[in-house]
Write a protein that binds this ligand. Structure first.
Ligand code: AKB
Length: 346
């Protein structure tokens, strides 16, 4: 498997849309996706052309998307051509604080769209989610055309956001592009506040030799996607020629379908004494209202989406990378310890 940069560049060359002249603003860059997307965009468009922002933590720009004046002033100053709007409150946290979830997930996004129009931004990326589907959508191979009647505040705001994307495209000629992400699994960053977070946490627990307490039932299958695929697919999607984007309110982005027991069995093949206990909580009820698997044939047909990882290859990569990171951290801390001893002895 090549790097994200290689694959995106070759696909961009095929479609003739690859460009080095983007100026990109990313919101919510300290989240699970932002931590990986920002370096990928910087590699592609140049570090000086990618502005990472978040409301707190390490980010070049401190930006609260609910503060419309500050947001508009920042966009006016930076003059980005594209905004990847990743700032969000995810499903599990959203149910606990619906007011905040609505403010960030819908009002914050609305602010982004208004500022984009006012400041002549060309393109906006809006990450939607499998959470836009509710219990009345088909559970297996859910197509993009399935009804979107979600039962979480997160899903409700994201479904409204999809409609807003289509409205801004029609009324303001703003090129808003929407992908419905499944659970995203990567070794590069940690998720926070989502229902699918367990699918990353399980690998960290396994590599650390810890028993894992799973908040979902053993057989609660959900659509999942490798972070590497998600990042490459997102950039390919944003660079696809405009005539290839035929679904203004979004595309399913599929990878594979897996339940906690499937991850446990992959892990047990590499770590035979891995132990898991299933203790379903409110997140299991959220997951029960979502698809078990996605039909992403529209994305494959329209703009050439093709995931590379499956359950098996991703599980092996997760275990390998997390173990390597852990060994590197241990070696680093041993080295620091020895250096300190040397300093003390001098
Ligand atoms: C969540 O679990 O809330 C997110 C999602 C599927 O959108 N990962």
């Amino acid at each position: 498997m090549g790097s994200i940069r290689d694959s995106v560049i070759s696909s961009g060359q095929e479609s003739g849309t690859a460009t080095r002249t983007q100026r990109v603003l990313v919101t919510g860059c300290n989240g699970q996706i932002g931590q990986v997307l920002v370096p990928a965009l910087q590699e592609r468009y140049g570090k000086a052309n990618v502005f990472d922002s978040d409301m707190r933590g390490a980010a070049s720009i401190t930006l609260d998307v609910t503060d419309v004046a500050a947001l508009t002033a920042t966009i006016r100053r930076l003059q980005p051509t594209q905004i990847y709007h990743l700032a969000a409150v995810l499903s599990a946290t959203g149910e606990k604080d619906p007011v905040r979830a609505w403010q960030v997930n819908l009002n914050g996004y609305f602010n982004i769209l208004e500022a984009a129009v006012a400041c002549d931004v060309k393109q906006v990326f809006f990450p939607s989610t499998i959470a836009v589907y509710g219990p009345d959508a088909p559970r297996e191979a859910t197509p993009d055309s399935a009804p979107t009647r979600p039962t979480t505040i997160y899903g409700i705001a994201k479904a409204a956001g999809e409609n807003l994307a289509a409205w801004y495209r029609q009324k303001h000629d703003l090129d808003v592009r929407v992908l419905r992400y499944p659970g995203i699994i990567g070794w590069e960053s940690s998720p926070g506040g989502g229902t699918t977070d367990y699918a990353v946490e399980i690998f960290h627990a396994a590599v650390r030799g810890r028993a894992f307490r799973c908040p979902l039932g053993a057989d609660r299958a959900l659509p999942m996607l490798a972070m590497q695929d998600a990042i490459r697919g997102t950039i390919e999607f944003m660079e696809a020629a405009p005539e290839k984007i035929r679904q203004p309110s979004g595309y399913n982005l599929g990878g594979f379908s897996a339940a906690p027991a499937d991850f446990a069995s992959e892990i047990s093949r590499a770590i035979p004494d891995f132990s898991i206990e299933y203790v379903p909580d409110h997140r299991d009820a959220i997951a029960a209202s979502w698809p078990a698997g996605l039909d992403d044939s529209s994305a494959r047909r329209d703009w050439g989406w093709q995931p590379q990882y499956d359950l098996h290859t991703l599980s092996a990569a997760m275990l390998g990378h997390i173990a390597a990171d852990q060994a590197a951290a241990a070696a680093d801390s041993a080295f620091r310890g020895l250096s300190q001893v040397a300093v003390n002895a001098a």
